[in-house]
Design a protein around this ligand. Sequence first.
Ligand code: TRH
Length: 375
Amino acid sequence: MSTWRWDIFCAVVDNYGDIGVCLRLGRQLAREHGVQVRLWVDDLASYRKLAAGEARAPDGLTVHHWHADLPPDALADVVVAGFSCRLPGAYLDQMAARAPRPVWINLEYLSAESWVEGCHRLPSPHPRLPLVEHFFYPGFTARTGGLIREAGLLAAQRAFRADGPAQARCWQLLQTPEPPAGALRVSMFTYESAAMAAQLEAWAAGSVPVWCGVPLGRAWRSVSAWLGCQPAPGALIQRGQLSIAPLAFVAQDDYDRLLWSCDLNFVRGEDSFVRAQWAGRPLLWHIYPQEEAAHRVKLAAFLDRYTAGLSAEAADALRALHIGWNDGALSADAWQRFEQAMPALRAHAAQWCEALAGREDLAAALVDFAKSELK
Ligand code: TRH
């Protein structure tokens, strides 16, 4: 469908997840489905941060600054509103005047909650214009839109894990020495957390060496408050059994490689949370906090799905660490229990990843849906 044109709109609310998801999707549509994609983002700086180091966008993808007067033309066959952002009125008018009318998709936030299946692909007519928007939900089951997963992702991961020089390049880009041999490797990409100090203390006082790599940013603020200093990338700070490495922020593909290199990944938001699942290793999800604690329901729904098939001890340990982290109050034995469950959690994470990889990915599901609407 190389003659197809897609417009993806991305309004950056905060942080990097909005552009992270839209960019990944745009890239994959261009690379694997041969469609022409224009990605309209209202904050180009956030795009540049994630794309840094990449030679260029793949053929078929162009990235544009979305501001009040743009885009000038509604030419696309398929229009995706990232995270259901509001499309400009003039653009909607042009969509309505176009024949045939474009397929209009509101790409929603990822949730493991079961109601998502009932809302996935639901149409909603525009109140004024002859247009229909469709709600499209990413998710974990066959009755949702699936997750972003590029072709060859798991093969690339296996190749990387067997490739010493590629691993060395990755540490170089992260501006840190390779972690000490034998240490448990943890990446820490969370928000600020009241639980951070208890977590770091548990590692420092533990029985095994732990290396914790922390990308500069929000998690780093909590880590540096605990350390009482502000070291730059390249430093390795020792506290008991714990070594802490500040990491440079790298391009998305290199962040994937960091996740592949670690035994345990602390992640957040939406995109890093999904990428940690593709890494096939244990993870801790620091969910994006929402009004009226709505995120707790979302977290519980994910934990219910994710823990199916785990032993009761491993499931309880996983839950305790997640709830402690997200509530900002880690119980005294939360880490020890998690650590004991690590072998079971590791085997489970690999199985979870394989099982998810057997489902249709989000880009393919979007293309199938658009085809069925355009026919
Ligand atoms: O940054 P996030 O917290 O993003 C979001 C936004 O807050 C958004 O408003 C909210 O709706 C959403 O979460 C749920 O977390 P996320 O989604 O994990 O996005 C981070 C992106 O940053 C992801 O694409 C990976 C990328 N990244 C890099 O490219 N390089 C890096 O070095 C690191 C640490 C991350």
